[in-house]
Design a binder for this molecule. Sequence first.
Ligand SMILES: OC[C@H]1O[C@H](O)[C@H](O)[C@@H]1O
Length: 308
Amino acid sequence: MSKLVIVGTVAFDAIETPFGKTDKILGGAATYIGLSASNFNVDSAAVSVVGGDFPQEYLDLLKDRNVDIEGIEIVKDGKTFFWSGKYHNDMNSRDTLTTELNVLEHFNPIVPENYKDADVVMLGNLHPLVQQGVLNQMTKKPKLAILDTMNFWMDIALDDLLSVIKNVDVITINDEEARQLTGEYSLVVAARKIQEMGPKYVVIKKGEHGALLFHDDNVFYAPALPLEEVFDPTGAGDTFAGGFAGYLAKTGDFSFENMKTAVIYGSTLASFCVEKFGTERMQNLTDKEIYKRLDQFKSLTQFDIELT
Ligand SMILES: OC[C@H]1O[C@H](O)[C@H](O)[C@@H]1O
């Protein structure tokens, strides 16, 4: 089993969907990734920053799910990063209403000493210089570095982003972002171009239409499970990344074949995330629930065909 370092925001989110509205609740990329990866019982550590206003019970929640929180700095006189967003009726698109960086503005990530030799590093969505700062602290090159990012960084820090992209093995990105990064409409061409930028594996997330995994000339597609209830898509991409990274850290097998299974785990975990507001559904998820859904996944994608 490999150790897993997770970098990303730990945040307050206020979310509005066609089904309701929340006040400030627990959010952030590292939170979702950590909760998702915790289902694989790997040794994982979150690297992030919060303000003195961040409730201890939220930190305890991560700790109780076996996510090491030593690398979450608490700036006593600072305020926690705050994000609020409103989803449109299709639940696929959203408007960001507020982004208050607060303590994130001067964030210098510090990887806990006993995690500097981790085999797997999951760089959640943050400034590319922070992501690179984490890679620089690793005492040995991780066997697998995975990077998640978004269009925001392509708009304001493209050069820094391209530099860190060169140093990772896997990128997880959504379809629009892949198109923006490469200027290519075809996702097949976009994935090829991204592989030329550095990462040998490219995961393109397509929301309710599943995810694609590319490596050389190989492509794997996993649909998203058709769900009766989609309540709040916030954090689904991070939950996917956490499931993907957690499964790979657990198995220590970083081959394309095993990454296919990691994509299925990522999609399965993301399917739970969207069923309730914020992190609620991810807080008490059981293995039994996960296995049941993996089974549904299997029947969804299996068929017999006779080629005559
Ligand atoms: O990816 C989801 C996260 O992005 C934003 O940073 C919010 O904090 C939210 O929880």
